[in-house]
Design a protein around this ligand. Structure first.
Ligand code: SF4
Length: 344
């Protein structure tokens, strides 16, 4: 959901095939150094979904590099972002390593290993130039390509552009970084934005959040350049809102994952509407909600669950903003992307 390595290069529904083999740098030296420095005997390792299969091999490598009395434990919890730390395992280990995301909140105990992509972004950026006719351009990317962000910016400047970049809010670590739920780094003074990264989920959210901007996607993972088109996506959202308009019983989901809780928002909805029921859960999935006899749900947790997985739920699943439209508090044309700010 966030810019994790599992969503990048996720080719489901794209009809594309992966063009690059990727090698990740697990930064074992940095981990070993922390283990030794802290005299750690218990180390937790958390990988995003797409890389869980590599976990045992990384643990083997670390075992070979550290004392025999160090125990490595793998988190089996689902993980889609730095918002999604396995706090249970973290509390029980001396060093906790979170792979695949940049920090949402720094802590002495956590080592974040971002796993930068090794693909070359410049051929696709070159192809994207035809779609960027104006002098001013915004530049954003995901954590996986952040290691080359300065180079990308210079490259565009050499092509003659005034490049606009900014660091978003607290939820974002780096200048120019976007998350699946936060596009504050694209609040820049340019009508066109170049997004460099894999997949279409992030740029679609970006285009919905900034409907006045043209969002050009240079995807160096799948070797393709496209322009974000939100029409199909918007239709799907309007469809969900319409189907929920007659709902008599609402399930309001509060997500207990450390970086996904919006308690005040959930509480406000429940306080305002007697036909709502607060449901607390960590992983929000269609299976877990199936047994709840509700007419519609509103999800205050990760917005990508609502927008990307929405059609898989047995009843309409709305963002908090969409809920306000469905119950008549806000007009239909106020529909916008649900973004998430701050940390915890
Ligand atoms: S809440 Fe944001 S950072 Fe977390 S998984 Fe969802 S999109 Fe990614």
């Amino acid at each position: 959901m966030s810019q994790d390595v599992s969503s990048e290069g996720d080719l489901r529904n794209t009809g594309m095939s992966l063009k690059h083999d990727r090698e990740w740098d697990y930064e074992l030296d940095r981990i070993v150094e922390a283990v030794e420095e802290r005299g750690a005997t218990k180390v937790g390792l958390q990988f995003p979904e797409g890389l869980k299969r590599r976990g045992p091999a990384v643990a083997d490598d670390l075992r070979a590099l550290t004392d025999d009395d160090v125990t490595y434990m793998l988190s089996g919890q689902p993980c889609y972002g730095a918002c999604d730390l396995d706090t249970y395992l973290m509390r029980r280990t001396d060093v906790f390593v979170h792979f695949g995301h940049s920090p949402m909140k720094e802590s002495d105990k956590i080592i974040y290993v971002p796993l930068f992509s090794n693909v070359d972004p410049f051929p696709m950026m070159e192809d994207a130039l035809d779609e960027l006719p104006e002098d001013d351009v915004g530049l954003v990317t995901t954590a996986q390509h952040m290691n080359r962000f300065d180079e990308m910016k210079e490259w565009l400047e050499d092509e003659g552009y005034n490049v606009h970049t900014r660091k978003g809010d607290d939820r974002l670590t780096h200048e120019g970084q976007v998350l699946g739920c936060n596009y504050a780094s694209a609040d820049i003074d340019a009508d066109q934005v170049l997004y460099v990264g894999g997949g279409k989920f992030h740029p679609l959210g970006l285009a919905m959040e900034h409907p006045d901007k043209k969002v050009v996607i240079a995807d160096p993972v799948n070797n393709v350049v496209t322009v974000a088109d939100t029409e199909k996506f918007m239709k799907q959202r309007y469809g969900a809102v319409h189907r929920a308009m007659d709902a008599e019983k609402w399930g309001v989901i509060f997500c207990t994952k450390i970086g996904q809780g919006r308690w005040d928002m959930a509480e406000e909805i429940v306080n305002d509407n007697d036909d709502t029921y607060l449901i607390t859960m960590d992983e929000v999935t269609p299976d877990r909600l199936r047994n709840f006899d509700m007419d519609a749900f509103v999800n205050t947790g990760c917005p990508r669950i609502t927008t990307d997985d929405g059609p898989q739920f047995h009843k309409p699943m709305l963002t908090p903003g969409e809920y306000r439209i469905a119950v008549g508090d806000e007009p239909l044309d106020s529909l916008s992307f649900d973004t998430f700010h701050g940390t915890w």
